[in-house]
Design a protein around this ligand. Structure first.
Ligand code: MN
Length: 185
């Protein structure tokens, strides 16, 4: 059985990545792009798990977590912070605010799914945690019948890996570049 998960995140790229990954595992996704509407949606929908960015418009993630712990209807719903803060002490600050756990950005697709799963009861775990298998290099060379060759240009290695994971299982050949010159070559 899968879970209903709310992601509160104001960065559209991060929101898309997280919702894509969780949906691919069979979960039902809800989303909000600021703290206030995230809290309101939580009260209305009572999701099984909330994944919450820390820096958010209207109400920051720490305040959302604090409100969760003060609300009898919400305080048992696990709420996890997703943040780029890597400084020592931040983990304690987040837990003190009311978060039940912490996932650091940038999001790594595989560990992200494992980490979120840990906050769900066993009966709400995804049926499968694996993403579509990346085609091995040998298979790629043997299979010359590609649908198309796609060049992805992005300076983030995480985004490049994400695009490979998305496109290669469908038979696309994915070339990547991190800089404009490299892409032109
Ligand atoms: Mn943010």
């Amino acid at each position: 059985m899968s879970a209903r998960i709310l992601v509160i995140e104001d960065n559209p790229t991060n929101l898309d990545l997280m919702t894509y990954l969780l949906r691919a595992c069979g979960h039902t996704l809800l989303s909000a792009s600021d703290g206030e509407s995230g809290l309101e949606l939580s009260r209305r929908e009572k999701p099984d798990l909330v994944i919450c960015d820390v820096q958010l418009p209207k109400m920051d993630g720490c305040e959302v977590a604090k409100q969760f712990k003060l609300d009898a209807a919400l305080h048992k719903i696990p709420i996890i912070a997703v943040t780029a803060y890597a400084m020592v002490g931040d983990r304690d600050r987040l837990l003190a605010a009311g978060f039940d756990g912490y996932i650091s950005k940038p999001i790594d697709p595989t560990t992200f799914l494992q980490q979120t799963q840990e906050f769900l009861p066993a009966e709400r775990h995804a049926a499968k945690l694996e993403l579509p298998q990346e085609v091995t290099k040998d298979e790629r060379q043997e299979n010359s019948q590609f649908w198309a060759t796609v060049l992805v240009v992005d300076d983030s290695e995480v985004n490049l890996n994400f695009m490979r994971t998305l496109l290669e299982p469908f038979g696309y050949r994915v070339l990547t570049a991190t800089r404009p010159n490299e892409a032109l070559t």
